[in-house]
Design a protein around this ligand. Sequence first.
Ligand SMILES: [Zn+2]
Ligand SMILES: [Zn+2]
Length: 357
Amino acid sequence: MKKTIYIVASIILCIATLILCILYPYWNPSHLTDEPIAEENKGLTLHFIDVGQGDCTLIESKGHYALVDAGEYKERDKVISYLSLLGVRTLDFIIATHPHSDHIGGLSDVIRHFNPSTLIMPNVESDSWNYVLDAADERGVICETPEPFDTYQIGSATLTVLSPASDEVYSDLNNYSVVTMIEYGDTSFLLTGDAEALVEKTLVKSGFDLSADVLKCGHHGSSSSSSDAFLDAVKPQAAIISCGKNNDYGHPHKEVISALDDRDIPVWRTDLLGSIKATTDGEKIYISTNDTTTEVNQIPTEAQSETAPYIGNRNSKVFHLNTCSGIKDMQDKNKVEFLNREDAEKAGYKPCASCKP
Ligand SMILES: [Zn+2]
Ligand SMILES: [Zn+2]
């Protein structure tokens, strides 16, 4: 009898463990992430959400969230489910960079879903605002027009508005784009909406410190933005371009790609890679997609990644010398490259017992 109870109890325990193992990734919203920065050290993550031809950036720091734009109306469900999957319940604020549908089309539903307390928008009239303002009104959202140097807190990160001044008048709506610098620790990220060379020139002339580790290229990589003087002032170590696959505008334009290339600035594109995340602990920045994780300024070019001396396995969390036979059968999607041992260990990887890296 006792034996039967033991057997039954063991079977129940095994089944329970199996169920827990299967369900665990779904309980933990961070299963979406794959950065080698330990969860507790993550200070700031920017999610460049793939909304086709449009813009949508989620800023996340210490359980607080803010959104910059929400893509076209047809992308709204994608945005809402991306945020929901991350566990976002509410947004501290939303920035609507400028009244073009590829930026604010999805915003009214996002406002209704996530009830931000504040909506930040430039001082420019347009009928395109109507749906957004209706939703804001319905939910009692405070609408604010920012001025340069206004700052907003998102968890431990600080967002500073650089442009436009509220009395500025432009002939092109793109130039009203709210331009923001987001900082955490020693790292910085510059978002420019669809601001064009005219605004870039004003910013460079203004003497603001525009240097940023990561630049989200203006206007979906159009040659109307990312002027030489601006790129030289920002000096980014990585560039993000948000645009749709085979879009009608030919974004990103080849002039921008070659200007970035000339400066050895690696580019991550949503049309090629889907949604992209940049995560920082205040010192290092890792950019990741579904398939890869790269530390900014460590492994930017293909030539370097071929010679990365250490290769980790995402699944086993073991790292090897790049000559180890243990990496031969490793699938490319499981590979993560490290330039030195410390980085691998900091990322939680253990040395391989046979090649002893
Ligand atoms: Zn746009
Ligand atoms: Zn625009």
